[in-house]
Ligand binder design. Structure first.
Ligand code: GAL
Length: 634
């Protein structure tokens, strides 16, 4: 696999005579890909039925003539103002019932049939015109589904589509009432038309109702994306990607990904550290200019899974962003490190966002590879350095993981719907397990909850899995490695009820969760191995072996054969200790990496990344701050 670099470019933002110079400078910097078009609807179709593709024809020709390959984005994340005159009810509506007004982006409701038809129309025009253009070498659908909290819409269109979705799922309201438990609080329905969206209720709505609304909302995204893909595929054989955004869990990325050729994601390490990571002030200060050492890698491994091996970083932070509470500059070397880390995890391409900093509008404070005056910004030299380094680096893929971590979007929805403790967040839980594994120096694959074959891994982990799919239940007994589930594994039925027999109800493991408790910050339950459970503790009735107990003697980790269940949320040190012991039992070698050092094996080499602001010596070699050390694996 060839690895290459690219950049996000907005020809419509710049005078046409600048395009050839920009294209020449891109190739001079060693870039291969240029993504364009994803927000350009108002310039592609200034008025309904009056398309103006001339400028895009010329932009693609200029970029292509310079030797660049174009990723053409569909512009459906930014419906132009005239669209609203035509479809006044197309706006998404927030949970408070307020329309999400025109004036930024992503203001559409996925359920609005009229808007979907407009999207199909513009995508058809683009696909017909550029489907066989030799310079259009890939496509991107829309932009960052779910960014700015845009999956759930409480519009009239969504209500009506949700009723149809429910009627299709349950066939009759008796079945729905039974599944949801609507006898509770006299919530029974007699017709599907009586069912509203689960917002603005007096107190919390029925969790089964919310869960179905979340499933429905995710399905709407899948259908919206598929409609675009079907059109593009009719006219083009170029691969199709979508650019997912970090820590967005409101729709099922596995399901969207199944329709795509490539998964890609947008990596903004400093923005994420500041904006969407639970970490103490000391951690945030230590990694202020480097970003969290595990957050990007988690998404790399996730999207390698979602893309069935084919994945990109479509947008890579090149300097300060504009959207986090604080926006520091990366430490010199970090743009290079982030890029190499993506390649070490198997990325085919890394594209920087954006080429030139825009002096106007919302993102004028967002760095590009060029300054607004076209002078080089610091990120450009680092991108060019990676481009030079890539010419000497052999083509390569990514080594298979030692360990698999299940990541399941339904579980994220379930525990958001019913957290039971303010700190119980599914992403946070999985990320804590991922971080512990990285600290042990392991290569990790992130896999979907319905993975068919668990044979490739010697250890499979599934914290917080809401329900056990029939497929996973069938697979578990024959899994050759160890399996560790919990806390909250299989804790609800698909209809969001507590199952009887009580959870976790795992094959061969005699165990029942009889009570759960959530703990506030600072509270902990001590374990007999010196560790602690925080956030969440479960009481278990079991005849299984209990290698770790709570101080009061009740089971903390239980085990039968290769199947293990963890009855709480360990703090980071405890979790690393538990996982280290399990790895040792499984014959998986582990390390004990310092917090700033992380590694990934790839193509017969070990890539070691120093996310620290100081040099560090490890296994006899000094690694510079923001340094990447590549060693042959013996
Ligand atoms: C991404 C988005 C880009 C741009 C960027 C700024 O989320 O896809 O269009 O807004 O953030 O960091």
């Amino acid at each position: 696999m060839t690895r290459s670099l690219g950049v996000c470019y907005y020809p419509e933002h710049w005078p046409e005579d600048v395009w050839p110079q920009d294209a020449a400078r891109m190739t001079e910097a060693g870039l291969t890909w240029v993504r364009i078009g994803e927000f350009a609807w108002s310039r592609l179709e200034p008025a309904l039925g009056q398309p103006d593709f001339g400028w895009l024809d010329r932009a693609i020709a200029v970029l292509g003539a310079a030797g660049l390959k174009v990723v053409l984005g569909t512009p459906t994340a930014t419906p132009p103002r005239w669209m609203l005159d035509r479809h006044p009810d197309m706006l998404a509506v927030d949970a408070q019932g307020h329309p999400r007004k025109f004036g930024s982006r992503r203001h559409y409701c996925f359920s609005h049939g009229g808007y979907l038809a407009e999207c199909k129309r513009i995508v058809t025009l683009l696909a017909e015109r550029y489907g066989s253009n030799p310079h259009v070498a890939a496509w991107q659908t829309d932009n960052e589904y779910g960014c700015h909290d845009t999956i759930h819409s409480y519009s009239d269109a969504a209500r009506s589509a949700f009723r149809d979705w429910l009627a299709d799922k349950y066939q009759n309201t008796e079945a729905l009432n039974r599944a949801w438990g609507n006898v509770f609080w006299s919530m029974d329905y007699a017709h599907f038309d009586q069912i509203d969206l689960p917002n603005l209720t007096v107190t919390e709505p029925n969790p089964a109702h919310v869960m179905d609304f979340r499933r429905f909302s995710s399905d709407q995204v899948v259908a919206f994306n598929r409609a675009q893909i079907d059109i593009i595929r009719r006219h083009s054989s170029a691969p199709i990607a979508h650019n997912y955004m970090g820590r967005i869990t409101e729709f099922d990325h596995w399901a969207v990904g199944a329709d795509l050729d490539i998964a890609s994601w947008d990596s903004y390490p400093l923005g994420f550290l500041s904006d969407r990571l639970e970490a103490d002030a000391a951690h945030k200060a230590a990694f202020l200019r480097q970003g969290d050492p595990d957050f990007q890698a988690f998404h790399h491994d996730l999207y390698r899974g979602v893309g069935r091996g084919r994945w990109w970083v479509m947008e890579q932070q090149p300097g300060p962003v504009n959207w986090a509470p604080y926006n520091p500059a990366p430490l010199p070397g970090m743009v290079r490190l982030w890029t190499w880390e993506a390649f070490a995890h198997g990325a085919e391409a890394v594209c920087y966002f954006r080429w030139r900093q825009a002096p106007f509008a919302q993102e004028q404070m967002h760095a590009g590879l060029l300054r607004p005056d076209s002078g080089p910004a610091p990120g450009l030299a680092e991108a060019a350095q990676v481009a030079r380094e890539l010419t000497d680096a052999p083509e390569q893929g990514c080594a298979p993981g030692d360990v698999a971590l299940v990541f399941d979007y339904e579980s994220a929805w379930a525990w958001t719907t019913q957290p039971q403790g303010a700190d119980f967040d599914y992403f946070r839980l999985c990320f804590a397990w991922y971080r512990a594994l990285r600290r042990l120096g392991l290569n990790i694959d992130i896999i979907p909850p319905d993975t068919k074959d668990l044979a490739p891994w010697r250890l499979v982990l599934a914290p917080g899995l809401f329900t056990l799919s029939d497929r996973l239940r069938a697979e578990l007994p024959s899994c050759p490695g160890a399996v560790v589930l919990g806390p909250r594994a299989n804790a609800r039925t698909r209809d969001f009820a507590i199952p009887v027999p009580l959870p976790p109800d795992l094959p061969g493991l005699d165990a029942r969760v009889t009570r759960v408790q959530s703990l506030p910050p600072g509270a902990a339950e001590m374990l007999d191995n010196g560790g602690r459970f925080v956030h969440w503790v479960e009481d278990i009735e079991t005849t299984a072996e209990t290698p770790i107990k709570r101080r009061d003697g009740s089971p903390a980790l239980i085990r039968h054969g290769a199947m293990q269940y963890l009855a709480g949320w360990p703090d980071d040190t405890t979790l690393a200790d538990i996982l280290r012991n399990i790895c040792t039992e499984q014959g998986i070698a582990t390390l004990d990496l310092p917090p700033q050092l992380r590694l990934r094996d790839s193509g017969g080499r070990r890539y070691i990344f120093n996310h620290g602001a100081e040099a560090i010596t490890w296994q006899g070699r000094s690694i510079a701050p923001a340094g990447v050390d590549i060693r042959a694996i013996d």
